[in-house]
Design a protein around this ligand. Structure first.
Ligand code: C2E
Ligand code: CA
Ligand code: CA
Ligand code: CA
Length: 279
C-alpha cells in the first residue's frame, strides 16, 4: 500500500508538470493566435421575451487551435488576463463585432445592437474609451448600436474605478450592461450610481427555474430591482419554454440561451447559408 501511495504521488507530480507544461504552451501559442488568425467570433441571439423577436447579438470569442480544435473562452480568457493579451483580444472582438453589425444593418436586418464583453483588466487602462470611439468612427456603427458588457464582480473589485470607466464609455453613447448579475454582491447605493442600461441575470439563477423556489425568488428580486432603477433586465441561460413563460410573467424584458439559439459564426447566423461551412 505504501509503495502504491508513492507511485500515486509520483504520478500526481507527473500529471501536474504535464498540466503546467501544457498551460505554458497554450499561453505562448495564445500570443500568436491573433496574428495567425486563429480567433473566431461567434454570435448568440438576444430576444425580447414578450414578442419573441430577436433584438440583439452577443459576440463570444472562440479559439480555433490548430491541434486542440475549438477552445472555449473559459480556457484562455483567464490566461489572456494574466499575460496581458486580453487588451488585444477584446479590442479585436470589438472591431469584428462592430463590422459585423454594420454588415447586418446593410443587409436590412432589424437587429438593434451587438453586445461585446469587456474584461475587468481593462478598467484601469485609459485607452479603451478611445479605442471604442475609434472603432465606431472607422466602422460607421452608430454608438447606440453597441452594447458593452461588464461583469458585476469586475465592477465590485474596484467600484470607484468602474464608475469612472463606465461614465467615460457612456459619454460615447454606447449602451452598458452588467453581466452575471447576482454573483457580485453590488450594494444598492453603488448600483444606483452606475450609468448602465441593463442587468443580465446570471444563468446560475435561471437554471433551476421555474421549480427552484430560491432561484425564483432571486429572479423576481433582480427584475424588481432593475425595473425600480429604470433598467432593462435580461435572463441568461434560458433552455426551456417553461422558463420563458415564467420569466415573461415576472416581467423580465429579454432572454438569451440555447432555447433561442446557440452561439454560431456570423455566416451561419444571417440565414443566407443555413447549412454553410464553418470558417
Ligand atoms: P458570458 O458573457 O456570461 O456569456 C454567456 C455564456 O453562456 C457563453 O459561454 C454562452 O455560450 C453560454 N450560454 C448561452 N446560453 C446558454 C444556455 O442556455 N445554457 C448554458 N449552459 N450556457 C449558455 P462562452 O461563449 O463559453 O463564454 C464564457 C465566458 O467567457 C463569457 O460568459 C464571458 O465571460 C467570457 N467571454 C467570451 N467572449 C469574451 C470576449 O470576447 N472577451 C472577454 N473579456 N470575455 C469573453
Ligand atoms: Ca456576456
Ligand atoms: Ca453572463
Ligand atoms: Ca436552490
Amino acid at each position: 500500500a505504501k509503495s502504491s501511495g508513492r507511485e500515486g504521488y509520483a504520478f500526481y507530480v507527473q500529471e501536474l508538470t504535464d498540466y503546467a507544461r501544457q498551460r505554458v504552451e497554450l499561453a505562448s501559442s495564445l500570443r500568436h493566435a491573433l496574428d495567425n488568425q486563429e480567433l473566431r467570433v461567434y454570435y448568440q441571439p438576444l430576444h425580447d421575451l414578450r414578442d419573441g423577436h430577436m433584438v440583439g447579438m452577443e459576440a463570444l470569442v472562440r479559439w480555433q487551435h490548430p491541434q486542440r480544435g475549438l477552445v472555449p473562452p473559459a480556457e484562455f480568457i483567464p490566461m489572456a488576463e494574466e499575460n496581458g493579451m486580453i487588451a488585444a483580444i477584446d479590442a479585436w472582438v470589438l472591431e469584428q463585432a462592430c463590422r459585423q453589425m454594420v454588415s447586418w444593418n446593410a443587409e436590412g436586418s432589424s437587429l438593434r445592437f451587438v453586445a461585446v464583453n469587456i474584461s475587468s483588466r481593462l478598467f484601469s487602462r485609459g485607452e479603451l474609451d478611445q479605442k471604442v470611439a475609434r472603432v465606431l468612427a472607422e466602422t460607421g456603427l452608430p454608438a447606440g448600436q453597441l452594447e458593452l458588457e461588464v461583469t458585476e464582480s469586475a465592477i465590485m473589485e474596484d467600484p470607484d474605478a468602474a464608475l469612472r470607466f463606465l461614465t467615460r464609455l457612456r459619454a460615447l453613447g454606447v449602451r452598458l450592461a452588467i453581466d452575471d448579475f447576482g454573483t457580485g454582491y453590488s450594494s444598492l447605493a453603488r448600483l444606483k450610481r452606475l450609468p448602465v442600461d441593463k442587468l443580465k441575470i446570471d444563468q446560475s439563477f435561471v437554471r433551476g427555474l421555474p421549480e427552484d423556489t430560491d432561484d425564483a425568488a432571486i429572479a423576481r428580486a433582480v427584475i424588481a430591482l432593475g425595473h425600480s432603477l429604470g433598467l432593462k433586465v435580461l435572463a441568461e441561460g434560458i433552455e426551456a419554454p417553461r422558463q420563458v413563460e415564467f420569466l415573461r410573467e415576472l416581467g423580465c424584458d429579454y432572454g438569451q440561451g440555447y432555447h433561442y439559439g446557440r452561439p454560431l459564426p456570423a455566416q451561419r447566423r444571417t440565414g443566407d447559408h443555413p447549412e454553410g461551412p464553418s470558417p
